[in-house]
Design a protein. Sequence first.
Length: 336
Amino acid sequence: MPGSFAAAGRRAELVAWYRGHGRDLPWRRRTDAYAVLVSEFMCQQTTVAAVIPYFERWMAAFPTVRALAEADEESVLGLWQGLGYYSRARNLHRAARAVVERHGGEVPDDWDALRALPGVGEYTAGAVVAFAFDRPAPVVDANVARVLARWMDLREPVDSTAGRVALREAARALQPEGAGAREINSAVMELGALVCKPRAPLCLACPVRGGCRATEPELLPVKRPRAAVTEVTERRAFVVDTAGLHLLRSTGRWRGMWILPETAAGGEIAHVERYPITRYRVRMEVVRQSPAEWSGLRAFGWDEVPSIPIPSPHRRAIEALVAKGRAVHREGHDEV
DNA sequence: AACACGGGGTC
DNA sequence: GACCCAGTGTT
């Protein structure tokens, strides 16, 4: 059949390459399903290099499903602080509790049962089946999508319905009959990370270049056009007294984390922090206010601030304002 | 099908 | 600056 995907015939070369060149990542040293689940949650939309230190700290703090299930949300968010996409932390926490309640504390080996856990989508369910239990499952992350799109010369956007279907079927065709899913799926991912890179793919070093149909691999994968960036401005209060820094427990975007409260007050802008968030570009203007103008805030001593969960842009603004405060103090004129 | 959701790295 | 990343949930 013209256009059929013949990657299955290249499994041996791919796995041989992986055995020689695959990286020694912390979660590849273990196959217990809980460790796989944690690493997969952390790796969602996040680079491997950023995840490694978080993974090590997490596994030390919460070594088992039960340990995580019994933890409180504050410490869970604290360990996740700085990784972004905090709903992953809340979902992983809920997933651990669901595993205890529904499955007696054992992470299930069944795709549908996995998929039913909070925060577990098609990708993560497949990853746990393959990496923890070494059973066949399509595992399509951004690396695999890029490798397969080039391999098949797929011109359909990989984030369209048609593109996703094509990729899932190709990934399915790549699976071995019995054992070996762990290695083959790891190998395709690793090929994407090390050789079949987003820009400037190293085709001369590719173990499957003989089977690749891409004529212009650097132009693949095709993606749907992205939404335009919108500028937004918000104003927040920096509230400090002798008790320390007064923060608000967020109920919105950064639910459960501690943030600078939004304010309508005018006055001098003490600091401007700019940060991107998905399709927005936020200009955060910070003004100094006194606790008398607020209720519902909680004061933290300055020694506590480093260890509580605060989203990165807010933490950066706080650090900048503290530095400015110190500078004023040094100059000796505290007419702030 | 489109959008919200973070933060850090790369070129 | 633009683009990318071991995606998922909601609308």
